[in-house]
Design a protein around this ligand. Structure first.
Ligand SMILES: [Zn+2]
Length: 247
């Protein structure tokens, strides 16, 4: 098991997290390969919870009781939050950005998957709102980590994308640069930093592992660079169980 981590997050005893790569967990290449699986970190085992991922803006709540972990995989959604310990919340990406949320005060965690559609719809901002409304989280306590995704170096978009961002109230000049002829480089990191700051998250609490999946296709699955691949990397965050923390 080999995942990338945010350096500053390694010391947190309450959580485990990771951004997967092509070679993480050997033959687990597609999302289907991970269905019903568990993530093992040392002696700890975390059943994996994920969603259908439809490039929307809906963020679910995993309460560990009425929704069983496996059932949630069939629910439409691109984000999920929880206060339940011992489960890993995961999203699958190949160019889209995985974003992890951690409120050490409640404590609570969350994960979202964003491409241009989800970003234009403001899902990362909505995830913060959902943590506030569901768990009484405070924006200033929420820590965020963005993992590998397609960088502005490789992410060329056209006018419909620009229009969608205008509808979402995002400042196009801040998050894109013109490549001429009605084409732009889009910076998903910058766009989501804007949304998170709009939700009250402090810039100093947002960490980036800004590796471009398209530039680094030897390490990562890249939907664009590999020609609409079915390969996905898993990205996850989990609250540790109290008992397991002590052992
Ligand atoms: Zn690139």
């Amino acid at each position: 098991m080999e995942f990338l981590e945010i350096e500053d997050w390694r010391s947190f005893g309450l959580i485990v997290h990771g951004f997967g790569m092509k070679r993480t967990e050997g033959r687990k290449v597609t999302k289907r390969d991970w269905w019903g699986e568990k993530i093992r970190v040392g002696q700890e085992v975390f059943p994996l919870v994920s969603l259908r991922q439809v490039h929307g803006d809906s963020v679910g709540v995993f309460n560990g009781k009425s929704w069983k972990a496996k059932e949630l995989w069939w629910e439409k959604g691109d984000g999920v939050i929880t206060r339940v310990q011992g489960y890993a919340l995961g999203v699958f990406t190949a160019d889209c950005l995985p974003i992890l949320f951690f409120d050490p005060v409640q404590p609570a965690v969350g994960v979202v998957h964003v491409g241009w559609r989800g970003t234009a719809k403001g899902i990362s901002q909505k995830a913060v709102g959902k943590m506030k409304e569901t768990f009484n989280s405070r924006s200033e306590n929420i820590l965020v980590a963005m993992g590998p995704g397609i960088g502005p170096c490789c992410y060329e978009v056209d006018d419909p994308v620009k229009k969608a961002f205008a509808e979402g109230g995002l400042p196009w000049e801040l998050i894109s640069s013109s490549r001429g002829k009605g084409r732009w480089s889009l910076d998903l990191y910058q766009a989501n930093i804007y949304l998170l700051e709009r939700a009250g998250v402090k810039r100093k609490n947002i960490h980036l592992l800004a590796l471009c999946t398209s530039c680094c296709q030897d390490i990562f699955h890249s939907y664009r660079a590999e020609g609409e691949t079915r390969g996905r990397q898993l990205n996850f965050i989990a609250l540790r169980e109290e008992v397991k923390k002590k052992s």
